[in-house]
Design a protein around this ligand. Structure first.
Ligand SMILES: [Zn+2]
Length: 281
């Protein structure tokens, strides 16, 4: 099924732009498998491409081959391509496909979580804003890519190809309703950029996302910060005005507005991670 370098390439007669769906970044994010199978088998995407070229990319190939966790370094943390990571599997794989990936005019990075999390999107700065509200999800976190202290795939692509529109989709997936919403969102996106022109395959009541922008990012490791929420952090915890958010050696920080806190990592990693304070856009 997969061609050279584990990419399925579906070309139209005029293939001057490239649309890429990237899957299989982290080992247990299996919703992509459902989506790729649906697109290829049920939706018959090969017959439906009107123009350009669509690439379906398996990213973490080692994991895909053995169907078990395989991590040297996180696939979404490798993209600074540092000399010190040269021997890492992910560095080698990144090197193998980076020239193909950065040609993407549109790139959609498909993730899913195994911990409870809302359904949300992370677009890059170039992403067409008018599209965002047409996705069926709970949140859009608009500008978080500017605040990360590592370089994920979508930032690597947008840094090297300033025309490219990239986006990450995340949802908590337990093999149920999310699949249909996820598939609808992917098809909706392909419709928006006019590579296909199709009805959404599933009828689902539409939820309009709340759009957030990042107000502040606090890096726990470098700042010796104690977060009030670090005991039991949940993504998208809500904080009311004047609640205590964190303390460090000198100060306590109280929320100056109603905020939402995004902490994408588990408590055991919190000391190495960032807390993002989000505000409604
Ligand atoms: Zn992921």
């Amino acid at each position: 099924m997969f061609q050279d370098k584990w990419i399925i390439e579906i070309k139209s007669w005029n293939d001057w732009k490239i649309v890429t769906l990237v899957a299989c970044t982290h080992w247990d994010e299996l919703i992509w498998d459902v989506v790729f199978k649906f697109l290829l088998n049920d939706f018959n995407i090969k017959e439906k491409i009107k123009k350009w070229s669509l690439n379906l990319v398996i990213w973490n190939l080692e994991w895909f081959k053995i169907w078990k966790k395989y991590i040297d370094k996180d696939f979404n943390r490798i993209w600074e391509l540092k000399e010190e990571d040269k021997e890492k599997y992910e560095y080698k794989r990144a090197n193998e496909i980076k020239d193909i990936i950065i040609k993407s005019d549109f790139l959609f990075d498909l993730h899913s979580t195994t911990n409870p999390s809302p359904f949300f999107l992370i677009p890059n700065w170039k992403f067409e804003k008018s599209y965002l509200e047409s996705f069926n999800c709970e949140y859009v976190v608009e500008d978080i890519l500017n605040f990360l202290h590592w370089k994920p795939l979508v930032s690597y692509v947008s840094d090297n190809n300033e025309k490219s529109e990239t986006m990450v989709m995340e949802c908590f997936w337990e093999r149920k309703e999310e699949e249909k919403i996820y598939i609808n969102n992917v098809i909706n996106y392909l419709n928006k950029i006019w590579i296909i022109e199709e009805k959404l395959p599933f009828e689902i009541e539409k939820q309009k996302p709340t759009i957030f922008k990042v107000k502040k990012a606090i890096h726990a490791k470098s700042m010796d910060v104690v977060f009030k929420y670090s005991e039991n952090p949940k993504s998208f915890d809500f904080v009311k005005t004047w609640e205590l958010v964190f303390t460090d050696w000198n100060e306590s920080y109280f929320a100056e507005n109603d905020f939402t806190i995004l902490m994408p990592t588990k408590p055991r990693y919190i000391w190495e991670e960032i807390m993002y304070i989000l505000e409604k856009a």
